[in-house]
Write a new protein. Sequence first.
Length: 311
Amino acid sequence: MDKTMTPEILIPITVFVAATCTVGAVLTMFSRKKSRAAERLEEMRDPRLRRAEKSDNGAVNNIIEKAAPTLSKALDSGDEEEQSNLKIRLANAGFSNPNAPRNFLAIKVVSLVLGLMFGGVYGFTNVQNNSWMAWIIGAGLGLYLPEVILTLTKWSRQGKIFLQLPDALDLLVVCVEAGLGLDASMRRVSEELASGAPEVCQELATANMQLQMGKPRREVLHDLGLRTGVDDMRALAAILIQADRFGSSIAQALRVQSDSMRVKRRQMAEEKAQQTAVKMIFPLVLFIFPGIFVVLVGPAGIQLMENLINK
C-alpha cells in the first residue's frame, strides 16, 4: 500500500463509498420497476392502473411516496396539537397537500442523516479536533435546516400575499358592487389576477372550490384566514363571516376593509420614510465619512509630514 494513503485519507474515502453504495441500494430498492410488457398486461387486466399511471409524476415521486411513511415515523411524536401546528405552518408556506407533514418529516430525517455523514467525514479528516462535536453540529444543522427553509418560505409567501391583497380586494369590491355574488367575485378575481398576484389567487381559487363542493361559507372563510397566516386576510375573513351571519351588505364590508387596509399601508410607508434618516447613519459613518476625511485631511497631513521631515 502506498505510504501516502494514511488513515486520515482512507477513512473519509471509505465513509463516502459506503454512503454512496447505501444510497444507491435504497434508490434501487424503491425505484425497481417491472418490464413494460408486464405493466401493459396488468393494465389490460385492471384498467384503473392506466389512470394511476397518468397521475404518476416520475420515479422520484414514487420513491418519496414509498419511503416517506417509514422515514416520518422517526420524528412523528403522535401529538395532535404538534401535528396541527405543523400543518398550519406548511399551509402558510404554500404546502396544503394532505401528505405535506409526512413528507416534511421524512425530509428532516434524510437531512439529519446527511448532516451526520458530512459531520463524520469532517471529523475524521480533522483528527486533531473533536470528531464528536463535528457529528453533533452536523446533525443539528441537518435537523434544523428544513425548519429554517420552511420559515423563510412562509415569511416570503406571507409578504407576497400582504402586498398583493390590496389589488385583489379592490377588484373584489368592484365585482361585488357590479352585482356579482361573493363566490362569482372570488372566481373572477382569481382568473383576472392570476399572473399579477398568483399567491392570493391560488388561495381564492381554493376557497371557491371548497364552496362549490358544498362546504359552509363560514368554515371556508375561516380556513382561508388560517391557511394564509396574514393578519389582513384573517381580518377580511372575519368581516365577511360577520356580514354573512348578520345579513349586512358584503359590498359595504369589503369597502370598509379596503379603506382600512389602504390607510394602514399609508401609515406603514410613512413610518419607513421616517426611519430612513436613522438607517442612513451607519453607511454614512462606515463608508462615506472615511473617504471624505481622507480627501479633506489627507493633503494637510502629507504637508505636515513633509515639513516635519525637512526640519
